[in-house]
Structures are given as C-alpha cells and as structure tokens.
Design a binder for this molecule. Structure first.
Ligand code: AMP
Length: 284
C-alpha cells in the first residue's frame, strides 16, 4: 500500500492504476478509523480494482469553537487499518497541500445544506462540499463511498455531483452500530463512561420515531416520539429532531414513508448525530 502526501503523487498512482484498466474506488474520511470506516473500505475493495482512502481533517468544515483542534488523529493506526482492509493508496495531505494560500472558491448546495444540521453549523456543508469536490478531482474515482450515518452530507454530495456533472457514482453504505445501537463515530472517543451508557438512547429515540412512521404517522408525530424518548434522558441536550423526505430533505405532513428521521444532540460536550431511514416498503 502506498501513502501519498502530495496531490501529484496521488494523481500519478491513480493514473497508473487506471492505465491497467482498474476501476477506481475512493473512500473519503477524516481518519480515526472505526468499523464504520472499515465497512466503506471493504465495500470499495469488493467492487473496485484500485481503492484509495483519503485521510484529511478538513479545517474548513469546522466552525469557530468546534472541535478541529481536538478531533482525534492517529495516522499510524489508520494507515495500518487501511492496509489490513486491502486499500491500495492512502492520500493524507497536510492542510497546506489542500489550501495553499487559502481558497477563494466555495461550493454551496442551496436548500439541502440549509436545513437540519445547516443552521447549527453555519458553513459546515460548504466546507464538506468543497473539500469532497477537491478530493474527487484529485482522486478521479469511478465510485465514491459514503456512510448513511452522515445522511445530510450524503444527500448534499449526491446533489453536488449531479449539479456539477462530476463523473462519479456515489455509493451509500449502511450505518455501522455498536451492539447497544449507538452509531459508531470518531467523536464517541470523547464520551465518558456514563455518557457512553446514555448514548444509545439517541438511536432508541429515532427507532421510536420510525415506528410511528411505519404505523402511518406523519413527520410531526414521529418528531414528537423522538423528543419524548430523549426528554427522559436528562444527559441529552437535543438540538433538533426532524423527519424529512429522504431524497429532497423536504418536510411535509403527508403520513407514512419514505422518511428519514434525523437528530442531533449534545451529550456533555460531544455532539452526536444519527438517523433512521424508513423506506417506502416498510409500512405496517
Ligand atoms: P468521517 O471520517 O467521520 O468524515 O467519515 C468518513 C465516512 O465514513 C463518511 O462517509 C461517513 O458517513 C462514514 N461513516 C462514519 N461513521 C459511520 C458509521 N457508523 N457507519 C457507516 N459509515 C460511517
């Protein structure tokens, strides 16, 4: 497995693989790997001849006062985990390589970036869309793999790729969870033992909302169900709980699926997000 820290090295490795006729798969990440990241790599490995994993903690998607400095970083561990998953290339650029002299161009996906997490993290999805477009331009994959855990991010990226005619297929991968139901996240490393014990309530709350939808409930009723479960867990400070149409993130009160029910909540100083997708065919 090769490690590239510079853009030209990364391009050269991908060009060589493509010259051999390999299908190229890309897994963009911020590192601090857990089984969720590894599931994306495994899927890419199964489907593509050449797998590039990018590891870059992107400063432009963190707001002032957010956890850019304290975001967990352990490149040596990540490198060996990516290698064990059979990645061919890890692209791990320093920030100066990605933003030499700053950056004047920003991508904003209107509408989709302005709801749910959008108002609570101003500029976050602009940072994500911009860095993902750069990573796709640098690694030029045939397929790029993203987790449903960050559902809004997935929808924003799909729309950006469609609007900008970026020639890549976006593959959505299911959320990997602990046995407790807690969605794996690099930020779980910041949770204390007590917070870890409380954390699965977020998924339980979303599951309660999903049940309401499966029984024919509408968005508002599902959201009430999520809030009711979390209100019983004082450790949680809920930011939002919203049920929206999975493709457009539009909100309406037409009862029943398909809906994505998503929430963000603080547990101590750690902000957790999670979602449950209720598909069209899952009515009870
Ligand atoms: P991150 O390093 O947090 O930026 O995540 C990199 C990729 O891994 C994103 O596409 C995430 O959606 C995905 N991911 C993060 N957590 C999970 C999880 N628990 N299950 C599946 N995918 C995940």
């Amino acid at each position: 497995m090769e490690v590239a820290r510079r853009i030209p090295e990364c391009r050269e490795a991908v060009t060589t693989a493509r010259g051999r006729g390999e299908l190229v798969g890309c897994v963009p990440t911020m590192g601090a790997f857990h089984a969720g990241h590894l599931s994306l790599m495994r899927r890419a490995r199964a489907e593509c001849g050449f797998v590039v994993v990018t590891v870059f903690v992107n400063p432009t998607q963190f707001g002032p006062g957010e956890d850019y400095q304290s975001y967990p970083r352990d490149f040596e561990r990540d490198r060996s985990l990516a290698e064990a998953e059979g990645a061919d290339l890890v692209f791990h650029p320093p920030a100066e390589e990605m933003y030499p002299g700053g950056a004047a161009t920003t991508i904003h996906v209107s509408g989709l970036a302005d709801v749910m997490c959008g108002p609570y993290r101003p500029g976050h999805f602009d940072g994500v869309a911009t860095v993902v477009s750069k990573l796709l331009n640098i690694t030029t994959p045939d397929r790029a793999y993203f987790g449903e855990k960050d559902y809004q991010q997935l929808v924003v990226i799909r729309r950006m790729v469609a609007d900008l005619d970026i020639p890549v297929e976006i593959i959505a991968c299911p959320t990997v969870r602990e046995d407790s139901g807690l969605a794996l996240s690099s930020r779980n490393l910041h949770l204390s033992a007590e917070e870890m014990a409380a954390a699965p309530a977020l998924q339980r709350a979303l599951a309660a909302g999903a049940d309401v939808v499966r029984r024919g409930g509408a968005a508002g009723q599902a959201e009430d169900a999520v809030r009711a479960v979390l209100a019983a867990v004082p450790a949680f400070r809920l930011q939002y709980a919203e049920a929206r149409r999975p493709d457009t993130l539009e909100r309406d009160e037409v009862p029943g699926p398909p809906l994505v029910i998503a929430a963000a909540a603080y547990l101590g100083k750690t902000r957790l997000i999670d979602n449950v997708i209720v598909h069209e065919d899952s009515r009870r």
